[in-house]
Design a protein around this ligand. Sequence first.
Ligand code: ACO
Length: 431
Amino acid sequence: MTETQKSATLTLNGESYELPIFSPTAGPDVVDIRKLYAQAGVFTYDPGFTSTASCDSTITYIDGDKGELLHRGYPIDQLASKSHYLEVCYLLLYGELPTAAQLEDFETRVTRHTMVHEQMHNFFRGFRRDAHPMATLVGVVGAMSAFYHDSLDVSDPWQREVAAVRLIAKLPTIAAMAYKYSVGQPFVYPRNDLDYAANFLHMCFSVPAEEYHVNPILSRAMDRILTLHADHEQNASTSTVRLASSSGANPFACIAAGIACLWGPAHGGANQACLEMLKEIGTVDRIPEYIARAKDKNDPFRLMGFGHRVYKNTDPRAKVLKQSADEVLELLGVEDNPLLQVAKELEQTALNDPYFIEKKLFPNVDFYSGIILEAMGFPTSMFTPIFALSRTVGWISQWKEMIADPQNKIGRPRQLYLGETKRDYVDIEQR
Ligand code: ACO
């Protein structure tokens, strides 16, 4: 990070303060306010972080106006069409595309870690069968720190590396176990001869009584969904992981915190909420009613899978997923799927409506992913766990980057206090 010749001047109570400016390799300049409180005795105020860069990073870049998403400089559409999930994981974690030998070594390392400690099976059995799989995921991932004591020391780069590989390898197994437990079927062990996406489908859908063959087109679609969700710079769950980790918490605890944040319907929970909304709309003739509700300020209803804090033109991931939805539904012979018809019509109606045009609201990644996942046979409750397992590599890459940074310090925001000022305690008889 290099300071430029440029600076900003803040005038406050007749005093001027020079604030240094940093220029990024892409994106807007950043005004450095770190010394502002010490020098001028004021805080800045930015709830929701709409104008705040919380860290520096070299992993992912988003240009919201252009609708561009780059991982280590590579556009997401190129990665989605030419690469595959584990190669993208390598890219996010280590900064460069791997050579064939590096990729083979990485795949072997991930594959060797796909099984979970056998005692974890008992842990699952403590949950109610009707628990949401995200609730199970938060608990089990947090509990990994009770099982893998040799990768908890965040000051040891080797242990950090082992924790990263363990998390990427075991999340599909844990998510599949949460699903199997919820439907009352036996847990299925991973198969290391299958690729990452195919193995996940195998662990979710095979049963001991029958042979299960993973359809390569479905595993390719699964791999694409994983690739498209792999990282998204400083979103709410990633910032949660970074904040949790700033105190020195262990990696499993930090990723569990990220999963908890992802669950919310304004973030990763939107894919479940979106499909439920499409089902509720049901038929294209009801679309105008829901568009009117989304525009009504007195109605809390929002069009799920629409809008994004950063993208104000298009979400490049949604474009790829729309195409995947067509392919998968055609393959499964359900191209006239009523939900897809509702989704496409809803998208068209919203994109031509002045409210959505003016507010720059476009379909986001969650708009089409649910349709594909449901066609594959997943219940809606599994949509967000699948998002969580794909995002684990992003969280862990950002976590590793943060810990390796010598400037890393505990995150401690300040506040604009609007409560009572100091007052004396009143005895209960006098209140
Ligand atoms: N439907 C209807 N109106 C909307 C929607 C929507 N989906 N999204 C935003 N708006 C309106 C807001 O009401 C607001 O209107 P106003 O200016 O008149 O008050 C304006 O557009 C700006 O919206 P904000 O909520 O201020 O924007 P913010 O950046 O804070 O929120 C968010 C972004 C949370 C994604 C929002 O668009 C939303 O709730 N979308 C639906 C949920 C969703 O799909 N989330 C997934 C996000 S992608 C991801 O996490 C993977």
